[in-house]
Design a protein around this ligand. Sequence first.
Ligand SMILES: NC(=O)c1ccc[n+]([C@@H]2O[C@H](COP(=O)([O-])OP(=O)(O)OC[C@H]3O[C@@H](n4cnc5c(N)ncnc54)[C@H](O)[C@@H]3O)[C@@H](O)[C@H]2O)c1
Length: 327
Amino acid sequence: MTTLVTGGAGYIGAHVVRLLQQRGEDVVVVDDLSTGDASRIGGATLVELDLAACDAVDALTGVMTKHGVDAVVHFAARKQVGESVARPAWYYQQNVGGMANLLTAMENAGVDRLVFSSSAATYGQPDVELVDEKMAGHAINPYGETKVVGEWLGRAAGVAWGLRFVALRYFNVAGAGWPELGDPAVLNLVPMVLDRLERGERPKIFGDDYPTPDGTCIRDYIHVLDLAKAHLAALDYLDHDERHHDAFNVGTGTGSSVREVIDEIGRASGIDTTPDIEPRRPGDPALLVGSPVLIERTLGWKAEAGLPEIISSAWEAWQAGPRRIDD
Ligand SMILES: NC(=O)c1ccc[n+]([C@@H]2O[C@H](COP(=O)([O-])OP(=O)(O)OC[C@H]3O[C@@H](n4cnc5c(N)ncnc54)[C@H](O)[C@@H]3O)[C@@H](O)[C@H]2O)c1
């Protein structure tokens, strides 16, 4: 079995590459290394190319044919909401254009299995306690829109030429399965807090007057290793002849508040994490927690790690990296 992992040198992709290698599969990584790092992919074959480039279809078709690829896991994308608001056309070109090139190459090469990195950003700001899969399609920024369109494209390819397709909608990913595979970007809450602590600054909370028990926003945190395991379950599901669902939340069904996360970082690190309170940011829903019922029932996947394991693994990975925080 040979699996092609686009974006396999990135944060989440590298975890899936390692799990696939551990179960004895051959892995080919396609990555332009724009945010990825070649040292994260172990012994996988690396093909350095930009999926969204004009000549990517022929190159990708060649890679799939040469390596006898059976299935694809597609992570490669731009993922910064603010940047997507500033550069919408580029986000569509990168994320939707990249997906279109990939699908064309898969059809050309006769590769008919795809797991796609989607996002809770497809839900926008749902006014519910628990989000279920039927509520998608209400993205509120170009990044989320590219994920909605990516799902549409995957489904349309299923109708057109029989692609077996699953979209996994990730909630708030954090932690590290191995210390050397921590999140290198400072875009999500946990690395943002660690980044501030490393600079000797206090963490920031944007808004403590939301209608939640402690006034701060609640999100569904998922350990990156649990998330990576969901991809293997999704790949296995694509082998089933009867598939009644093609989009799954990857969450835990339990939320943690920003304040709880910051407190947990304080416990794991032994550092005072008393935060500064800033005004709310526009576009932040008070609550975003995913129902895991469908993925548990259909793929037999369930998150194992809770917030303490997520944060302690993120702390360990941060300390193994170049910006270790000393007392
Ligand atoms: N990290 C999260 O919290 C989160 C949440 C929801 C969804 N996602 C999605 O998961 C996927 C992976 O996210 P991540 O956190 O691992 O990000 P990442 O930036 O660490 O990884 C993305 C990888 O894709 C590569 N890449 C980007 N554009 C490319 C292109 N045009 N051609 C070839 N390679 C390209 C990068 O070099 C990098 O290795 C993305 O699709 C992202 O939208 C992430």
